[in-house]
Ligand binder design. Structure first.
Ligand code: CA
Length: 225
């Protein structure tokens, strides 16, 4: 699960980051509304913790922009006690939950886990289809005509991105930040390695689906004629 924390109080933000890294989340942070929105619009986060009072752009504006751009990350808003109106405005603007400051960290962790469970339920109920193949999101298997091949975790994440964007070009940078995170220092061409594994598996299934490379940009899913 990828988590973004948009909070301008650096000490709080750092403490929260540490906490959620220990809980097994991949965490990025932003210290003002504009930077936070920039990160959020990448669409790579499952959950966003969003403070209401932020410099450059407040939390409500950030949230509205996130939803206006059809980003489906679950958003938990942090509001101050004096901002009761903000709760209502926040939830109306598309927040999934809110917590009033000051809060107990156990409470925040519990709420975030609840949102992440809801997020993974969305995944479990779905099978993605393209051309003659299916991606089983529960068992991480690529299937054709009832035959299945197991995918490794990285292969699965890449295939999922390709199938969600079928026929559109997916940038290599996007794949890297979604799978390895912004702060990773993986080799730029590592995605090529996993793409070649996926191609072998598509061949093994004798699928019509084909992963095309778009030079200097990324990849797209297409069909063999
Ligand atoms: Ca603040």
């Amino acid at each position: 699960m990828r988590l973004l924390i948009i909070e301008d109080e650096k000490s709080l933000s750092m403490a929260l980051k540490e906490l959620f890294v220990c809980e097994g989340f991949l965490v990025d942070t932003a210290f003002n509304g504009a930077d936070g929105l920039d990160n959020a619009l990448s669409g790579i986060y499952d959950i966003i913790i969003l403070d209401v009072t932020l410099p450059k752009m407040n939390g409500i504006e950030v949230l509205k922009e996130i939803r206006r751009n059809n980003i489906t990350s679950a958003v938990l808003m942090l509001t101050a006690k004096s901002q009761t109106d903000d709760k209502i405005t926040g939830l109306k603007s598309g927040a999934d939950d809110y917590l009033t400051k000051p809060f107990a960290t156990e409470e925040l962790i519990a709420r975030v886990w609840a949102l992440s469970r809801r997020k993974s339920m969305e995944y479990v109920t779905e099978t993605l289809r393209y051309a003659d193949i299916e991606l089983d999101r529960t068992h991480h298997e690529l299937k054709k005509d009832g035959k299945g091949i197991k995918l490794s975790s990285k292969e699965y994440q890449l295939m999922e991105i390709l199938m969600l964007n079928k026929e559109n070009v997916v940038k290599r940078d996007y794949c890297i930040s979604k799978i390895w995170g912004y702060e990773s220092d993986i080799e730029y061409n590592s995605t090529d390695v996993y793409i070649s594994f996926l191609r072998k598996k598509l061949n093994a299934l004798k699928s019509r689906a084909k992963i095309k490379s778009v030079r200097g940009i990324g990849y797209s899913l297409g069909e063999n004629e």
